[in-house]
Design a protein around this ligand. Structure first.
Ligand code: SAH
Ligand code: DHB
Ligand code: MG
Length: 216
């Protein structure tokens, strides 16, 4: 038995980004407006959006739940991969982010396919019915990740998808003494997810590292 793996370098990241469908004019202007409004530039990468769209299409997903809306970039991207009757329920705790996202969803080609749910995802997710989604994407405060994973495992149907952002901890996964307390939180979450039963997970080295898992 032998295996062959190529370590992913900056050069590979650049190369795969150049070989992936990028942002259209609408998403570029959404990001410009979000930056102008003072929002952090932490939307998922375009190549990660493409990967998630491919997965959602392959899973024939109709109902998607997102934890962490920000400007609506990932919610709009995911909604574009759904059939006409599809829906993304995206949860956002910060009203100014939710306001911004709602406005841009309204102006988008997927208006009517994205619902912004306001509040702490710990509370909002608990109000979603079991097995009511085909896929979930977790991308909010890292302290909440374990709780969001538990809730998403309840809300997503069997053989549904659960995707989780930032497995590479903002590029700081291997830093010796990170000053950002979310870095050890992500490490602990990664260790948990790798061993947890009830789902089949893998880290995909795209963007800042994206967990992709199927609920078993
Ligand atoms: N998924 C987005 C980026 C999300 S950034 C994209 O790729 O386009 C993380 C977002 O999670 C921020 O807008 C932040 O306000 C929100 N957030 C943080 N804590 C939260 C919580 N407890 N419940 C819901 N949203 C939360
Ligand atoms: C950062 C990036 C993210 O994708 C996120 O969800 C939170 C923070 C960052 O780079 O700081
Ligand atoms: Mg993220």
């Amino acid at each position: 038995m032998s295996t062959r793996s190529t370590p992913v370098t900056e050069e590979h990241f650049r190369y795969l980004a150049e070989h992936t469908r990028g942002d259209d004019a609408f998403l570029l202007s959404l990001k410009d407006a979000a930056a102008a409004a003072g929002m952090p530039a932490i939307s998922i990468a375009p190549e990660q959006a493409s990967m998630m769209q491919v997965l959602l299409k392959a899973a024939r997903a109709r109902e998607v739940v997102e934890v962490g809306t920000l400007a609506g970039y990932s919610a709009i991207s995911m909604a574009r991969a759904l059939p006409p009757e599809g829906r993304v329920r995206t949860i956002e705790i910060c009203d100014s982010h939710a306001d911004f996202a709602e406005e841009w969803v309204r102006r988008s080609d997927v208006a009517g396919k994205v619902e912004v749910h306001r509040g702490d995802a710990r509370v909002v997710l608990a109000g979603f019915a079991g097995e009511s989604a085909d896929a979930a994407f977790i991308d909010a405060d890292k302290d909440g990740y374990l709780c969001y994973l538990d809730q998403c495992l309840r809300v997503v149907r069997r053989l549904g998808l659960i995707m989780v952002d930032n497995a590479f901890a903002f590029g700081r996964l291997f830093e010796k003494e990170p000053d950002d307390p979310e870095v050890p939180t992500v490490r602990a979450f990664n260790d948990h997810l790798a061993r947890r039963g009830g789902l089949h997970p893998v880290i995909v080295p795209v963007g800042d590292g994206c967990w992709v898992a199927v609920k078993e």
